[in-house]
Design a protein around this ligand. Sequence first.
Ligand SMILES: *Cc1c(COP(=O)(O)O)cnc(C)c1O
Length: 467
Amino acid sequence: MSESPPPAYQDLPSVSALLESAPSAALLRRWGHQLTKDALQTVLGAARSTMASGVPAPTAIALLAAADAHLEQRTARGPRPVLNLSGTLLHTNLGRAPLSPAAMAAVAAAAGPVDLEFDLRSGKRGQRDAASEALLCALTGAEAAAIVNNNAAAVLLVLNTFGLGQEVIVSRGELVEIGGSFRIPDIMARAGARLREVGTTNRTHLRDYADALGSDTGLLMKVHPSNYALVGYTSEVSLAALAQLGKAQGIPTAYDLGAGSLLDLRRYNLPEEPRPQDALKAGIDVVTFSADKLLGGPQAGLLVGSRKAITALRKNPLYRALRVDKLRLAALRETLVQWDRPEPEKHLPTLAYLLRPRRELSALAEALLDPVQERLGDGWAVRVVPLESQVGSGAQPATRLESAGLALRPTQGGPGAALEGLAAALRALPLPVLGRIADGALLLDLRTLDAPETLLKTLAELPRTEP
Ligand SMILES: *Cc1c(COP(=O)(O)O)cnc(C)c1O
């Protein structure tokens, strides 16, 4: 075998030659100088490495096209719509709660100049979250409320406001980790508070809190364990008992509730979920919860409680660093209004998805069966299957919602690589479709599908592949 000639790198144009060439004008108009230059450097680097394995130098036109494609791909990232058929309603990786159409419209309407911190009646400065505060108070019975970036921020603000340089008493059974990066002891340390653990993992009594009280106690705190459940020989102190202890000793009490449904979910035959209004009624001074879990709103942390507690939170300089922007306030206001309307599940997608009965989803699956089979071709067997969806985001971890959907299996060979291939092809669609692989099939859970046409129109773009 003869040696191949060394790569002719001198045939590659330079970045500046490419930038000055006439055909680059379209690229520069589209992306600007900095991005184009950066992309050309990348594609020239890639060309050099393929030339090292004997491929001839690409033409200038090919390099410009590659730079365009590179920029297209790099900037295509970032929140883009997907079809969540994963069976997890509130999927943190997929942006949690979908907003209602009214909340979406409110976001768009708030994009320009708004009366964010301006009172149109008096012409004076106003409070940015006044509307949502009024709604939260009316819906939960709180004296006052405040809104911050997310629930982690709400907890940080509470701990820093009442626990800075002091002790915060928490039960050992409630020192939880939520979603990997949110751990109560870590947040506590960053908030400048000292953790005082009381009780044991499975049992904590009121006397454990009472015995730990001292001159440097700043706060008594309870945390809803959210994504795990204590069963068996367990005991925890009720909110009312803790609130009473706090009041008797003049120590504020806080409850990190997590998911925050405003309705009693037992009304819909779902397990009980603690509600902020119940915690306030029990006498807790400040309750924190997420706006984008069961509440079905935008990402935000909601703090409801006594006027005294909320005033103290608002005075903390950290509040300014954790505050929420006008777009999310617009969405939150709309979401809260919908909770009080008759049949809120007609307005709030999260609630609607939570309550969809299996028979409705089975009917949807039956209607989709033939057209989806037709779109996928002979290489795939499509079946209607009963499924179980979950709430997600740490809410109701033990709840399984009876659901239905489609199972896609290759007609020949083992499922392994074929399933991964189909999953990748579905992710590559203009509206990426996200199912889950389980039981040797790609499962599409229809609980969160609004209209069958959405899925069919999307699948029409699927290139025919044999498994
Ligand atoms: C989800 C959750 C958090 C974190 O809330 P984010 O809104 O994700 O910041 C904190 N505490 C509890 C109990 C939770 O369930």
